[in-house]
Design a protein around this ligand. Structure first.
Ligand code: NPG
Length: 379
């Protein structure tokens, strides 16, 4: 990829209403607050999405923290220091510990700019082998079983290829069993606990074993690698780690320990799409199925996710739903379902364009950061 000289970054906090509230074991969201990064370089502009939430409940990152680290530490490492190879951005930012979601957004904005400059698509750059990816949908915790049934029925009618339901203590075996009994053996079904259980719940979780689930996602805490390995010995349902997998290194450790039998790959959680692609390589090399997770992305992140999910090791349907699963109006043209699949964008870079009017409508805060003028220069 060609080296780029970034001249500035625009950072925006967006708040986009959700079509229906989305409840997990850790939060109930009615709108998506997200940070958008626009990189301006001498050759082209590019976009990146920072998938933090306003509160640090899914991971330690959150909007205000990401905003601060972007402005005080990440942009200064890239502005006014000469050309930057977008593929080496992670190395330039390595001295900053953690803050993977913020780093992922900056890296993506420069990779997108680099690809737009040469006309290559993100999918082709990553090595995508598919033009469509199967679309799974993530279903939040509902107030009643009837509401769950009608919601899932509606998604199946729309053609979604796989259903994932969120679970938590008190909302686990019963709703899952009901879905299996109602929709039959052919339903591709999985559950996501978002770290809501402990190893002491092994007996309860074993009751999911006869429901023929694709997997159970992140039953225990983020740093419980060994305990996940213990739990795996007691369950037939494959364990799939999400929150725990923060790098390719951890992914390799988790696989070797027997803590994970599938991997949810989310670029934000692991510091960027390049690290995400490396995790996919690790999974592929170990014969571990991978799939692309979602964080209620706008069209920018959704485009990047679709490209990632088109790599050969993404063998399970991911959380890449149509845009209208979450948003009545996105900031790009919507992604739509086509026979239970999402088309992988083929245009330069991410292959999607931001609608400036919609962007303005949903922006609640914005700021430009420009490269410092060089010493000795007057203009
Ligand atoms: O389809 O984008 C989507 C949502 C998928 O359930 C989903 N994401 O734990 O994986 C998760 C969950 C999540 C969403 C986590 C937002 C954190 C923030």
């Amino acid at each position: 990829m060609i080296p780029l000289t970034p001249t500035g970054f625009e950072t925006r906090v967006l708040r986009i209403p959700l079509v229906t509230p989305f409840e997990t074991s850790f939060a109930r969201q009615t709108e998506r607050e997200v940070i958008l990064v626009r990189a301006v370089t001498q050759d082209a502009e590019g976009w990146g999405e920072c998938v933090t939430m306003p509160v640090p409940l899914y991971s330690s990152e959150h909007t205000e923290g990401a905003w601060d680290v972007l402005h005080r530490f990440l942009y200064p490492a890239l502005l006014g220091n000469g050309p930057v190879n977008p593929l080496l951005v992670a190395g330039r930012l390595e001295h900053v510990v953690g803050h993977r979601m913020a780093k992922a957004a900056v890296e993506l904005s420069l990779v997108d700019a680099g690809l737009r400059a040469t006309g290559e698509s993100f999918a082709s750059f990553l090595g995508a082998e598919r033009t469509f990816v199967p679309s799974g949908v993530s279903v939040g915790i509902m107030s009643t079983l009837d509401e769950l049934l009608s919601t899932v029925q509606d998604y199946l009618d729309q053609g979604y290829a796989r259903i994932k339901i969120k679970i938590k203590p008190g909302w686990d075996v019963e709703p899952t069993r009901l879905l299996r009994e109602t929709f039959g053996d052919g339903l591709l079904l999985q559950v996501d606990a978002n770290a809501a259980y402990t190893l002491a719940d092994a007996r309860l979780l074993r009751r999911l074993d006869d429901l023929d689930l694709l997997l159970i996602e992140q039953p225990l805490a983020e740093d419980d690698l060994r305990q996940h390995a213990e739990l795996a010995k007691q369950l037939r349902t494959p364990i799939c780690l999400d929150e725990s997998i923060v790098s390719a290194k951890v992914a390799a450790d988790a696989i070797v320990l027997g803590a994970t039998q599938a991997i949810n790959i989310k670029a934000g959680r692991v510091g960027g799409y390049l690290e995400a692609a490396r995790i996919h390589q690790v999974a592929l090399a170990h014969g571990i199925p991978a799939w692309c997770g979602g964080m209620l992305e706008t069209g920018i992140g959704r485009a990047a996710n679709a490209a990632l999910a088109a790599l050969p090791g993404f063998t399970l349907p991911g959380d890449i739903s149509a845009s209208d699963r979450f948003y009545a109006q996105d900031i790009t043209a919507p992604f739509v379902l086509d026979e239970g699949r999402i088309a992988v964008p083929t245009g330069p870079g991410l292959g999607v364009e931001v609608d400036p009017v919609r962007l303005e409508e949903v922006t609640v805060r914005s700021e430009w950061t420009r490269a410092p003028s060089r010493p000795g220069r007057t203009s």
